[in-house]
Design a binder for this molecule. Structure first.
Ligand SMILES: NC(=O)C1=CN([C@@H]2O[C@H](COP(=O)(O)OP(=O)(O)OC[C@H]3O[C@@H](n4cnc5c(N)ncnc54)[C@H](OP(=O)(O)O)[C@@H]3O)[C@@H](O)[C@H]2O)C=CC1
Ligand SMILES: CC(=O)N[C@@H](CCC(=O)OP(=O)(O)O)C(=O)O
Length: 346
């Protein structure tokens, strides 16, 4: 049995973890924490859980959580995972942080983009980036896992085969991403109210979104050469889903067929990445509620650019689903345990 606590269980990613883990026969949910809803039944706050989950939210007692649980999922705003990971490490427990506290290897870059002091540089050094398709062997032995950002996951999976081959002209990458409003979290703000977002579509974070250094850090590792990107996120009036359209100039001499074959080969054995047949393009609806990433790819010989369209569910492969995939790896389980599901349609 794997004993699990979820810190911030009443947020969008936290309650998605409850959905994914709550019925697993190999998992015991020890503590579901919340400041606002301590003492209340989580299934009464979130009625989709009724009939399957019966659990009362608690205030965080870090001593208790790190004593009882083998693994602690932190689903809090950035900055708050630092003391939790420190305590868990002292007690020999595993941590998966769904936020950004352990993603950027350079603490100064983290502080610049997140405006929070990084108090655990040693833990940062040993933390492993939790993108299984990139380095699952490192994840298996980790103590602290930095679960990737949602936009980041869609973009990294979209570019990884090309970056590893060195087929992308440095600094030619443009990532145009769209997210549903759950990406902003439940606490959200007035800008995410139905009345503000319905029937509208807007860009935000233009030229300064905090996922930019995370994307660049990983692409640089994949390509083995410094890589800069242009990234523009957009908010669309849907609850879940991310669609990233990625453009990059490729080094000469490749055909559309060759590039498509490269993607098919790269992901042939990946349970959660599907490369669509040439000429087919993915939609967010196909991956809603699943841990899948679907990719469409082509090469425009006229412009010399590759065009990749990548879709994920931001709360699944972009957050809780990927976190459970990482937990499975940490505990030597099949990576797909509890995550094999077909999307909702229509
Ligand atoms: N939403 C998404 O698509 C994704 C989110 N993430 C990241 O995951 C983390 C959680 O995001 P998400 O679930 O969307 O956020 P939510 O706003 O939906 O939930 C945040 C949770 O943290 C608790 N919380 C809020 N403020 C504080 C605080 N100051 N101290 C302690 N607890 C606090 C809230 O409950 P309470 O106040 O009751 O304690 C709630 O349980 C964030 O770091 C986010 O950036 C990553 C990938 C995707
Ligand atoms: C729609 C929306 O607002 N999305 C969030 C991304 C949430 C996320 O992934 O947060 P991390 O920083 O933990 O990765 C944003 O753009 O800030």
């Amino acid at each position: 049995m794997i004993h699990v606590s979820i810190i911030g269980a009443t947020g969008y990613t936290g309650v998605e973890l409850v959905r994914l883990l709550g019925l697993r026969e190999d998992v015991v949910l020890d503590h579901l924490t919340s400041r606002t809803y301590a003492g209340q039944k989580i299934q009464h706050l979130f009625p989709h859980l009724l009939g399957n989950i019966d659990h009362t939210c608690e205030e965080l007692d870090l001593e208790q959580v790190t004593t009882d649980s083998d693994i602690i999922f932190v689903a809090l705003p950035h900055g708050h995972a630092l003391p939790i990971a420190k305590k868990a490490k002292e007690k020999g427990k595993k941590v998966i942080d769904l936020g950004a506290d352990f993603r950027l290897k350079d603490a100064a870059v983290y502080e610049e983009w997140y405006k929070v002091a990084h108090t655990e540089p040693e833990l940062l050094e040993e933390a492993v980036y939790g993108l299984p398709e990139w380095d699952r062997d490192a994840i298996k032995d980790a103590t602290v896992i930095a679960n990737p950002g949602c936009f980041v996951t869609s973009i990294l999976l979209g570019l990884m085969p090309l970056m590893k081959k060195g087929w992308v002209v440095p600094n030619s990458i443009v990532c145009d991403s769209k997210s549903g409003t759950s990406g902003a979290g439940r606490a959200g703000n007035v800008a995410n109210l139905f009345t503000e977002v319905e029937n509208s579509f807007k860009a935000y974070g233009v030229a300064h979104h905090r996922h930019t250094p995370e994307i660049e850090q990983l692409l640089t590792q994949m390509a083995g050469t410094d890589t800069m990107i242009q990234f523009t996120p957009h908010l669309v009036p849907m609850s879940r889903g991310i669609l990233s359209t990625i453009y990059a100039t490729v080094t000469g001499g490749h055909t559309a067929e060759e590039i498509h074959a490269l993607f098919e080969e790269a992901y042939a054995d990946e349970p959660f990445v599907q490369v669509l047949p040439a000429g087919m393009w993915p939609m967010t609806k196909s991956v809603k509620g699943t841990n899948n990433c679907q990719l469409g790819v082509t090469y425009d010989e006229r412009t010399g650019r590759v065009i990749i369209v990548s879709v994920i569910d931001n709360l699944m492969k972009g957050a809780a689903g990927q976190a459970v995939q990482n937990m499975n790896l940490l505990f030597g389980l099949a990576e797909t345990t509890g995550l094999q599901m077909i999307g909702l349609f229509p």
